[in-house]
Design a protein around this ligand. Structure first.
Ligand code: CA
Ligand code: CA
Ligand code: CA
Length: 297
């Protein structure tokens, strides 16, 4: 009898355990926002904010009444992108339908110095799942994409939404005859570079971009030259060879560039993308670069 009782309770615990274990990707309420340096490795600036702070200090996106949708795969090889967003009557293809509130990704990345053209952002979950997007997808999105938003509230669960924080795109209704705010597959197709598209098997699926349990926003800057102290102008590459020979940014390669480079070698080494100023090609900022720049005059 005892033996049977133990076996039964063990079985019940096992079943409960199986039910609990798959609940990975817990709700997040805190966000690490990081901007890396030009090497995309060292941290240039970072801040951690939570939902309470975001709601109190930044504009709230979402009116608490308008639902936003993502389209999933069409499972129709002859209509992969479904520009009419017609394949949604079958609720199986509308993967996500939520009435939400949240904070614009644009406002969040501005807290750490923002993004510039050529930069990418990685939206990463606490379990490591991530999606990347381009500068324009955050700063200048087409209306059919809409601003990316980290949503921390929904109408069904309030602040206790298990998927929160979740990435949404506040798509307008311009690509939907029914007047719905659907971020459809064709919206993804038209708004984003191909490397950002999400596929389920062979089928495009905009819903796959909606990262759950978002915990990190990371900016990976494209290399860009900064004004060298002693000048207020951005250095330029006067002959298009990838080397920024106009160090003082006056538009010409001249002796003043050699002098400024010599005086600011340490600063250039710490702050500039090395390949832009490595005139002798040895992967270091050094005196030989001063000589090489001087010789090239
Ligand atoms: Ca749409
Ligand atoms: Ca110059
Ligand atoms: Ca060098």
């Amino acid at each position: 009898m005892t033996r049977g009782y133990v076996t039964l309770s063990t079985a019940i615990l096992l079943v409960l355990g199986l039910l609990v274990i798959p609940a990975a990707g817990a709700q997040t309420t805190s966000l690490d926002i990081v901007r890396y340096g030009w090497d995309n490795t060292t941290v240039a600036e970072s801040v951690t904010v939570n939902v309470t702070w975001m709601e109190a200090n930044l504009p709230v996106m979402g009116d608490g009444a308008t639902p936003y949708y993502f389209q999933g795969p069409t499972f129709d090889g002859s209509n992969l992108w479904d520009p009419a967003e017609s394949i949604y009557v079958d609720s199986a293809t509308i993967k996500i339908n939520e009435t939400i509130r949240g904070t614009a990704v644009h406002d969040l990345v501005e807290l750490v110095g923002g993004m510039h053209p050529g930069d990418e952002i990685r939206v990463r979950a606490d379990d490591g799942m991530w999606k990347r997007f381009g500068y324009a997808n955050v700063y200048n999105p087409p209306a059919r994409q809409g601003p990316p938003v980290v949503a921390w509230w929904n109408a069904r669960n309030g602040y206790a939404w298990p998927d929160s924080m979740r990435l949404f795109f506040f798509a307008d209704t311009s690509s939907n005859e029914m007047g719905r705010h659907i971020f459809g597959n064709e919206d993804m197709h038209q708004s984003m570079a191909p490397r950002y598209w999400h596929y389920f098997d062979i089928y495009p699926s905009a819903a796959g971009l909606s990262v759950r349990s978002v915990a990190y926003l990371e900016i990976f800057p494209a290399p860009r030259a900064l004004a060298v102290p002693g000048s207020t102008e951005i250095p330029t590459d006067t002959d298009g060879d990838g080397l920024y020979d106009d160090v003082n940014g006056n538009g010409r390669r001249d002796f003043a560039d050699v002098v400024l480079y010599f005086n600011q070698m340490t600063w250039i080494d710490s702050n500039e993308p090395v390949p832009f100023f490595d005139f002798n090609g040895n992967s270091r900022i050094d005196f030989a670069d001063v000589v090489a720049l001087f010789t090239s005059l």
